[in-house]
Every structure is written in C-alpha cells, then in structure tokens.
Design a protein around this ligand. Structure first.
Ligand SMILES: [Zn+2]
Length: 665
C-alpha cells in the first residue's frame, strides 16, 4: 500500500506545497538523484525463477453482488494440500471483513483513530460463514469454531476451526463453504461508495501454512497487511448488467441472463483475489511488455488514466529486467472515484489501485506516477515473493519503496517527485526528509503491529528502508545493490522469504562491510551523523632555534609569520552513531584549489592533515551526498570565510519537516 492514502488531501496540498518544498529540498540535498546506473542487463547472471508456485490453497468461488445492499452471497470450495511436515488438527481462517464489523474490533479500536486512513466507519461490514463442511461429509465444522480471535473477545478476524481427524503431511481435502459478505462503506481498502464497489478481503480465506505445520495467522491489525499461500483461483462474479468489472486474473467467460451478467476469472499462482464493480467506469486498454493492461477510471479522468499507462510503459519493463519477468497475462489498474479514495493506493495480485483527484497531473508533482509505480512494484515484493507482511513489513513496503524510487529516478532523474519552474525534487530526497533522524526511534526489521504508530511505521519501514538501500547503492555502487535485489526476487519467487533469507542473499552478493551496515541499520536502530567542528591552520616556518649538528652549534632566527611559505592544516571529522560508512571529504584552500580525501568510516574520528602553500578554508564531508542516512547534513561542512551560513537552510528544512509531518504518512 502507498503510505499516503488521503490522496485527495495530498493532491490538494501537494500542489500548494510543492514549490516551497522543492526550494527547501534543493537547499537541503542539492536535489541530487541516485547516480544513474546502467540499464538493467538481461545478460546479468541471475538465478532462474520458479515457473509456478507450490499450490497449497486453491479457491473456486461463486459470488453474487447485490449493488443496492452492497452484499455478496457466495459459495466457495478450497482445495487445500498439507505441504507442511506436520499433521494438522486444526485450520485457521482469516475473516478480515469482520475488521469493519463494529468499532471494538482490533482494526477499528486503535487509539490513533481507526486505521491507516484515520477515518471512522459510517456503515459497517462483516462476513458470516453459513456453513463449512469437508466435501463428502455433512458435519458443519463451523459450529465448532472458536468464537473470537485468540485472546481478543471483541475481534472475529482470526478464527480457529478444529478438524475432525488429523490431516497428514501430503494429504489434501476440499472444504465447502457458504458465506455472506456485507461490505462496509469504504473506510480503508474495501467497501462501497455509492454504486462503486471495491471488494477486497471478502471471502473466507485460510491463513498461511508454514513448513513446520503451524499456521501464520493473525487478527487484522490496522498497521498490518497480508500473508497467504499460493494457489489457483477460479471466481465467477454475478453483477447487474451495466456494471463494469475488473478483477485479479484473466476473464475467461462472460454470459448474460436477463439483467445480470456473470463473469468468470481464472488466475494461477496467486495468493489473493480482489475485484471492483461500478456502473460508471471508463476503460483504457494497452498491451505493455507482453502484458494486457486495463485501466478502469472515473469519468473525466482521462489525463490520470493516461499518466497511469505512461508510468506502466516505463516501469513494467524496468521491473521485469530488475526483478524477473512479470509472469501473469494481465494487469488491471483501478483508479477509484474521489469518494472512494481510501480504496486507492493498494496492491492485489495482478490488480492495483491508484488514486488522486482530476487535477493530479497538473502542477509539476508526480503523484499519479509515484502511486502507480509503487503499487506496480508490489507485484514483485508482495505478489511474487510473498513474504510475511505482518512479521516483516519492510521486506515488502521497504524494499518496494526503494524499487519505486529507483525506477522513478531512472526515468525522471532528479525530478521524480516534483519538476517545474526549474526546481526538482527526487524520491530519495523526499524519503530522506521523511525518515532521516528517525533511525533511533524504532527498528526497521520488526512486526507491523510493533510500531508505535502508523506514522512511525511509514517513516521507518517505507522511507528509511528505502534510504538505507539507496545509501548502500550510492556508497558501494547501485549496480551491485540492484543486482543483489534481482537475485533475491528471482531466487525467492513464490517462496515466502524471511528476513534471514533476504540477508543471506545480500551476504552472498555484497561485500561484508555493506552487509554489516545493512544488518545494523535494519536490526539495531543504527544511525550515522558525520560532522566537523573546526578548521585549524598553522604557518610552517623555516626551522628556528638552537641546533647542535655534526658541524657544531647553529642558531636560526624565526621568520615573520607572513613570510611562511607553507601551512599545516587540520580538520577533524567525527562520526556519531554506529553505522560505519565510507565517506569522501572535500577540502577547499584559500587559493581555490580542492582536494578529496577518503575515510573508510572506521573509528570515531578521522584527522585530515595537510601541509601546503595555502591555508585550508572550507571542508565538506560527503560532498556528493551519497550518505542519505546522515542524520544532520547541516554539520557536514564549515567555511572559515563566514560564507553560506546554514541557518536559512536549517530553518527551511525544519519548516518543511513540520509541514510534511502534518500530512502523513
Ligand atoms: Zn506499498
């Protein structure tokens, strides 16, 4: 999900702010984007990706949507295979629509005012399972379920169902379920607004079965996203004729009967299914990099639809080359109407939602491009590698935020967030602004529900992970970091990798100092701040005093200081924090000459000494701004001549941070 869901607000404020923001960021970072790396090479040595997923839970669903009551009546068969090493005595079901059942659920009772959007429910939603039976049997297993989520009597999103007899490793069963799903008015991600319906987390779904025979199950928390097993989906949707439908997978059949239309979808190797139905959608279709792309958008938003297609034209081939080819025949892009903005900025297998008001493409900000590229990136970091977003959200949102920035900067250079009036703001600059100096707040590598607030999760999981990876790319070479990520996404396609799996690939692909910095930054709240305090210069005089040499005693008189031909100069560079990153130090001398020195970052201080004909007058640590993680840039430089006081710049930065803080994430 894109961290900013209040996109209508953002859209409105973005244009007003962007000029000021651009100015402040320009001062802060010089608006330098990531150094452009070579186009991803298809010849690079990558492991081969699996062609299909280990199928654990496959779903056949028939669903009928009542667009007046906003209710779905459904039947489903789950074909479930126990691919774990343990016999199973129970199943765990996620009924995530129950997150919107009342304001006491885990999702809605958050002290921070509901979920990510902060919006309260106006019309509630829920899901009732009417019957659950094993095919060939009559017993209603649902009657024996636990009535609420573990240790949470107010929540019904995570329910245990005992099995009548153990399911041995390798054995399978077919579960037959009848259910009714009442959609909420859209609070977040799912529901209706008028006749627009976005239908996500809407059917009884099994939690993911881990290899050791336990289910990775969790109640739906407002800060958390999803985790499920792969399978094939065959879903038949019955809607009033006149409603346009977009869904996960490929439409394989369409039949019409009186006033109703039945649409059948097929999707292989996916772990969820979402769809939308609205009687006012307009559509654009285009084949991009061999994938059939459909954009569904509200009336009068052709400009946004065109911007979304334009983003996919560059980002889909870019991600294909970086992270392995997108394996599905279709991609559906849904741009919800403004009244349903909280359904926007979300990812599902082969279907993404974007968002933004009609004027999103005006004014130099790239909101549409950012949200489209971000959600598209999730096809790899959520869809294909499918890591546990509850336990390790950075593996999805964090790495994906880096991928988003890398793709946008490869295409737009330094104006990947904003470009107008001769000013530009890059994605890296924005991520740095949101997250620098927050590295000691909380660990990146922790569970979604462990973060103090969603805003903290946004800054740390999304933006800080992105600048950790971008810093390593700038310091150790973007091609190496990008290649390592490409190895990771290919090796672990369909494999549900963990943080250990991710770091294992980084260890095999990067040098040990880069891996050590990465590990500390992810797991230990490690930070870095390089700084300088003063410059000293002493004239180097010819030797003076009394000298006893082989030729006897000699007396040399001191020269007048202004006659000195040489100066001995020193500046001490300090490193605060525990992240050791190699850094360049630029020295400027009175005669206009410059020198570049290199510190490998080890130790706490580094003495830069020089003896030369001209005094040292300025120093700049990390002049190319490779270390996006540097907590405070204003202490990275000194100028003895009193030029360029950083005050104005600091004030601009502070004010901008306050403004951004008010907006989100
Ligand atoms: Zn996201």
């Amino acid at each position: 999900m894109r961290r900013v869901t209040r996109d209508s607000l953002i859209g409105a404020v973005f244009s007003a702010l962007s000029g000021y923001l651009a100015w402040a960021l320009l001062l802060e970072t010089g608006a330098q984007p990531m150094p452009r790396s070579a186009a991803p090479s298809p010849q690079a040595a990558f492991p081969t990706s699996a062609e299909s997923a280990p199928k654990v839970a496959s779903y056949e669903i028939e669903a009928k949507l009542d667009t007046e009551k906003h209710r779905i009546t459904g039947r489903e068969t789950i074909h479930f295979v126990n691919r774990s090493s343990g016999a199973l005595s129970e199943l765990w079901f996620h009924l995530y629509l129950n997150a919107f059942k009342n304001d006491k659920t885990l999702f809605l009772r958050s002290p921070f005012g509901a979920g990510r959007s902060g919006d309260k429910a106006r019309e509630y939603g829920y899901i009732d399972v009417k019957k659950l039976a094993i095919a060939g049997g009559d017993e209603d297993l649902w009657a024996q379920r636990d009535r609420h989520s573990p240790d949470d009597p107010d929540d019904e999103t995570d329910l245990r169902v005992p099995l009548p007899s153990p399911l041995e490793p390798g054995a399978s069963l077919d579960l037959q379920i009848e259910f009714e799903a009442q959609l909420p008015e859209i609070i977040e991600r799912t529901g209706y607004a008028g006749s627009f319906h976005f239908v996500g987390q809407w059917f009884p779904k099994l939690a993911r079965l881990e290899p050791n025979g336990t289910f990775a199950h969790f109640a739906f928390h407002a800060q958390s996203e999803f985790y499920a097993d792969f399978g094939d989906y065959d879903v038949a949707l019955d809607v009033p004729s006149g409603f346009l439908v977009g869904a996960t997978g490929t439409r394989v059949r369409e039949t019409r009967d009186k006033n109703r239309t039945r649409l059948s979808y097929h999707a292989e190797n996916v772990h969820d299914f979402a769809w939308t139905a609205w009687d006012r959608f307009e559509t654009r279709r285009e084949t991009i990099a061999g994938t059939k792309v459909s954009v569904l958008f509200p009336p009068h938003q052709q400009r946004n639809a065109e911007a979304e297609l334009a983003s996919i034209r560059f980002a889909l081939p870019h991600f294909n080359a970086r992270y392995g080819a997108y394996p599905y025949p279709t991609l559906t892009v849904v741009h919800p109407p403004e009244a349903a903005a909280n359904a926007g900025g979300m990812e599902y297998p082969t279907l993404i939602t974007t968002g933004g008001p009609w004027y999103s493409t005006l004014g130099g900000g790239r909101f549409i491009d950012i949200v489209t590229v971000h959600e598209l990136g999730h096809q790899w970091f959520y869809g294909l590698v499918a890591s546990n977003e509850h336990d390790a959200p950075f593996l999805d949102e964090g790495i994906n935020s880096y991928a988003e920035a890398e793709a946008l900067e490869a295409h737009y250079g330094s104006s990947s967030v904003f470009g107008a009036f001769g000013l530009s703001v890059s994605s890296s600059a924005l991520n740095r602004l949101i997250s620098a100096a927050r590295g000691a707040d909380e660990k990146i590598a922790q569970g979604a529900a462990d973060f103090a607030t969603f805003r903290s999760l946004g800054a740390i999981v999304y933006s800080r992970t992105a600048i950790v990876l971008a810093t390593l790319a700038r310091v150790y070479g973007s091609e190496r970091i990008n290649h390592a990520l490409g190895v990771y996404t290919r090796k672990f396609r369909f494999q549900h990798p963990t943080t250990t799996d991710f770091l294992g690939v980084m260890q095999s692909e990067l040098d040990s100092r880069a891996v050590s910095a990465l590990t500390l930054a992810l797991s230990e709240r490690a930070t870095v701040d390089y700084l300088v305090r003063e410059i000293s210069n002493a004239p180097v005089s010819a030797a003076a005093g009394v000298f006893d040499g082989p030729q006897g005693r000699e007396q040399k008189k001191p020269e007048a200081p202004h006659q000195a031909a040489q100066y001995s100069s020193r500046v001490v560079v300090y490193r605060h924090g525990t992240l050791q990153l190699p850094v360049e130090i630029e020295l400027g001398f009175e005669d206009g000459t410059k020198q570049l020195r290199h510190w490998d970052g080890s130790g706490y201080t580094f003495n830069v000494d020089n003896v030369g004909p001209s005094p040292l007058v300025s120093v700049s640590v990390d002049p190319e701004q490779r270390i996006l993680l540097d907590d405070d840039r204003s202490n990275n430089w000194l100028d003895n001549r009193g030029n360029g006081t950083p005050r104005l710049r600091d004030r601009a930065l502070y004010t901008t941070q306050m403004l951004l803080g008010a907006l989100g994430p």
